[in-house]
Design a protein around this ligand. Sequence first.
Ligand SMILES: C[S@@+](CC[C@H](N)C(=O)[O-])C[C@H]1O[C@@H](n2cnc3c(N)ncnc32)[C@H](O)[C@@H]1O
Length: 298
Amino acid sequence: MNNYFELKIVINPDLEEIVADIFFSNFDCEGVVLEEETYKDLEMTSTTKGTLRVFLTSYPLNLYDILKTERELLKNRGLTDDELGSWEITLDEKENQDWSKKWKEKWTVTHVTDKIAVVPSWLDYTPKSDEVIIILDPGCAFGTGTHQTTQLCMKALEKYLNKGDDVADIGTGSGILAILAKKFGANSVYGCDIDETVIDVCKENAVINNTEAIFELNTADKITKKYDFVCANILHFVLAEIMGDLKNIMKPQALMSLSGILDEKKDMVLDAIRRENLQIIDTISQDQWVSYVVKKVD
Ligand SMILES: C[S@@+](CC[C@H](N)C(=O)[O-])C[C@H]1O[C@@H](n2cnc3c(N)ncnc32)[C@H](O)[C@@H]1O
């Protein structure tokens, strides 16, 4: 059995998915696990620090240069050093262990609501009679069902999706939201992403969930079809940039679930919602994340 590398990086746990994506996009990364630690300082203020454990099948070449560039890009988009965390790193080579089992040990069934559970593909789980389950291999960075931003969109789908809706999921990641929409009775589901590595993962996830869905490499500005329900769980500054494109793919009176928004960054998204004259019909929060369900009224 080949050696593997376990990298530990100190991050702000809120940015787990962003940092994980850097490793999935640049290195031979097979999985990530976040360990959070909350402690109180001398003034009894709670701080949460996260260590992301990253499992790599080969040595991460140019690690420090790549992380430096990615960190600068995030800072250019408005994130501060405090928000990013220190990104202090340790890297260990591990011998003769089954790394693929090692990170899987951490995952279990995630109960998002009473009606939605996300089940790792290697576990047996018997759903309750009214429960919808999504079977996933959480090896892929985004859309494991454990992140608050994904769960906020899943809650919006449970509450607002109408059977027979045509649904688009922009920034589909693992395809989790598109697959859930189909299981909730959508007529058609379409998912797109800018990351070509996720498209095959989405297609495989659709197959193991026995759902019909179209997934492709695409962005909202290139889509001509219109949808009854749009999901977009993408970083706040991207949502703000593409809000007009998202609005363009909504049918009149369509709904859209916008997630990926840290509470302290919501103003940027709220400005874009106002600019596009979208009407907020619900605000759903979880921990320090906020999401909006908006309606196209003009
Ligand atoms: C936070 S993940 C969401 C994944 C999944 N939909 C979920 O809710 O868990 C964001 C995804 O959006 C993709 N993305 C980022 N910018 C995008 C854009 N402008 N258009 C389409 N996808 C984008 C990323 O590649 C990533 O897969």
